[in-house]
Write a protein that binds this ligand. Structure first.
Ligand code: AMP
Length: 280
């Protein structure tokens, strides 16, 4: 695996690869890697293209600066995991490389409705930051395909919209959520959970499964209340327990038989905010 820290260096290398006819896949991450991230690298490898991964803890997507300060960092371990996965290239830039001249100088993009619901509503400015960094990273790496995890469902929609807006020739591949044995979606933030918090954290996935199971003969308003109560009883503060149209994220008050729907939950425990979703 070759590690690049500078835009000019990675671009020079990737240009040579491209000129030789090599296809390039790209997995952007914020580090503190786990099997979820690695599954994206594996998919990239299985597709037979050069696998490029980036680790950059992007300050502009953290509306809560405390969350940024507490975000786990484990670069040495991350490099080992990427080596084991057979990753070809790691881009490890610092903030001045990503935002030369300061982040205010770099363009941001408007995602309209997506910025106003769910993660957009509870984390103002978050998707502006995501759009800003992904646009910048895509301009540096210029991949043929970008690999994203469906764990961040709304983020996938934002990035698809970004690619469309910018007219980039990039395919967006959405990969399944990798889970722990109890169903908890793998997340860098899980590392911050204490043992008792970790022991109850599988409840988020159980709630999603119950929302899915009751779609044929249940009332979403009732299931939603039950889930909120259950999460609260386990020590979580739910931000939302929601049902939405899976294609455009329009919120639904009730199940729509036969419709393409997604259930989404965001909840915090001890100040650690976890999100998950399940397409019904
Ligand atoms: P992050 O480092 O949290 O910004 O995540 C980088 C990429 O990994 C994003 O596309 C995430 O959606 C994806 N990802 C995070 N957790 C998982 C998971 N449990 N399963 C699959 N992909 C994931």
């Amino acid at each position: 695996m070759i590690i690049f820290k500078k835009e000019a260096d990675i671009q020079e290398y990737l240009n040579t690869q491209r000129a030789a006819g090599t296809r390039i896949g790209f997995t952007p991450t914020m580090g503190a890697l786990h099997e979820g991230h690695i599954s994206l690298v594996h998919k990239n490898k299985a597709d037979g293209s050069l696998s490029v991964c980036s680790i950059f803890l992007n300050p502009t997507q953290f509306n809560d600066k405390n969350d940024l300060v507490k975000y786990p960092v484990s670069t040495e371990k991350d490099i080992e995991l990427l080596l084991d996965a057979g990753c070809d290239v790691l881009f490890l830039p610092d903030v001045n490389e990503v935002y030369p001249g300061g982040e205010e100088k770099m363009p941001t993009y408007d995602f309209g409705y997506l910025e106003t619901v769910l993660e957009g509503a509870t984390r103002p400015g978050h998707f502006r930051g995501v759009g800003q960094v992904v646009a910048r990273l895509l301009s540096i790496v210029a991949p043929d395909k970008v690999y994203l995890g469906s764990k961040d469902y709304q983020q996938c929609m934002v990035i698809k919209e970004l690619v469309r807006k910018l007219g980039l020739p990039v395919q967006v591949e959405i990969c399944p959520t990798v889970r722990e044995a109890d169903g908890l979606a793998m997340s860098s933030r899980n590392r911050r959970l204490t043992e008792p918090q970790r022991a109850v954290a599988g409840i988020i996935y159980q709630c999603l499964v119950s929302i899915q199971a009751k779609q044929d003969d249940g009332t979403f308003a009732v299931v939603k209340r039950e889930c909120s109560e259950l999460l609260t009883a386990k020590g979580f503060q739910p931000d939302y327990v929601a049902l939405a149209n899976a294609d455009d994220l329009t919120l639904l008050d009730e199940y729509r038989p036969g419709a393409h729907m997604v259930a989404l939950i965001a909840a915090s425990i001890g100040g650690i905010r976890l999100i998950d979703n399940l397409v019904l």
